[in-house]
Design a protein around this ligand. Structure first.
Ligand SMILES: CC(C)(COP(=O)(O)OP(=O)(O)OC[C@H]1O[C@@H](n2cnc3c(N)ncnc32)[C@H](O)[C@@H]1OP(=O)(O)O)[C@@H](O)C(=O)NCCC(=O)NCCS
Length: 176
C-alpha cells in the first residue's frame, strides 16, 4: 500500500504577549459552547474541511460521521475547554467553528478551526483563533500550540498573522 508523508508544522504562541481582541464583522455573532451544540460544531467542521487538504491528511474530517465522532472525542477529553470552543453564527446559520483543549504542560491546544467556504476572507478564521486564545488565557494558560499541514497556505498565513511561530516540523504518514 502506498504511503504519503504530509509535512506539518507545530506552531506555538506565547499568551503573555499582547494578543489582539477577537472582533467579528457586523451581522456575525459569537455562540459559546453548550452541550446541545455538538452537532452544529461537527456539521460546520464537516462543511469547512470537505475537499480541503486536511481531509486527505485526516480522512475523518471529510466525512460527516467522522466529524461527529471527532467532536465527541474532543468533548470527552479531560482538558476540554468550553471557554476556547466557539461557533460563529449569522442569519444563514452557523458558519465557523473552533475548539480548544488544555494539554499536558499545561498548554492550550487549538483543535480544528473551520470556516465554511462562502464566508472565508472576512476575518472569521482569525477571530476564531483569537477567541480560543482568550479562552486559554482565562483558563490561566501561558502558551498555546496547534498543528497545521505545511501546504495549507491560508491556515499557515492566518496563524502567523495572529502571532504563532513555527516550533517544529513533523511528518504525518497517510495510507492511500
Ligand atoms: C483556514 C481558514 C479557517 C481561514 O478562514 P478565513 O475566515 O478565510 O480566515 P481570515 O479571513 O481570518 O484570514 C485568512 C488569511 O489567509 C490568507 N489567505 C487566504 N487564502 C490564502 C492563500 N491561498 N495563501 C496564502 N494566504 C491566504 C488571507 O489573505 C488572510 O490573511 P491576511 O489577514 O494576512 O490577509 C479557512 O480557509 C478554512 O476553513 N479552511 C479549511 C479548514 C482548514 O484547513 N482549517 C485549518 C486547519 S489547521
Amino acid at each position: 500500500m502506498a504511503i504519503t508523508y504530509y509535512k506539518r508544522f507545530r506552531m506555538e504562541i506565547d499568551l503573555d504577549r499582547a494578543i489582539t481582541t477577537a472582533v467579528l464583522p457586523q451581522s456575525f455573532t459569537w455562540v459559546p459552547w453548550d452541550e446541545a451544540l455538538l452537532e452544529p460544531h461537527a456539521e460546520v467542521k464537516y462543511r469547512s474541511f470537505l475537499g480541503e487538504i486536511d481531509a486527505y491528511v485526516f480522512p475523518c474530517l471529510g466525512d460527516r460521521y467522522g466529524c461527529r465522532r471527532l467532536m465527541n472525542e474532543i468533548r470527552r477529553k479531560p482538558g476540554f475547554l468550553p471557554g476556547a470552543t466557539w461557533l460563529i453564527a449569522c442569519a444563514e446559520g452557523y458558519v465557523g467553528t473552533v475548539q480548544g483543549v488544555m494539554d499536558q504542560g499545561p498548554i492550550g491546544a487549538i483543535q480544528n478551526v473551520g470556516v465554511i467556504p462562502t464566508y472565508r476572507g472576512l476575518g472569521l478564521g482569525k477571530a476564531l483563533v483569537r477567541r480560543a486564545l482568550a479562552g486559554f488565557c482565562q483558563a490561566g494558560l501561558h502558551r498555546a500550540y496547534l498543528e497545521v499541514t505545511a501546504e495549507n497556505a491560508a491556515a499557515v498565513q492566518l496563524y502567523r498573522h495572529v502571532g504563532f511561530r513555527r516550533a517544529k516540523t513533523l511528518y504525518k504518514a497517510v495510507d492511500n
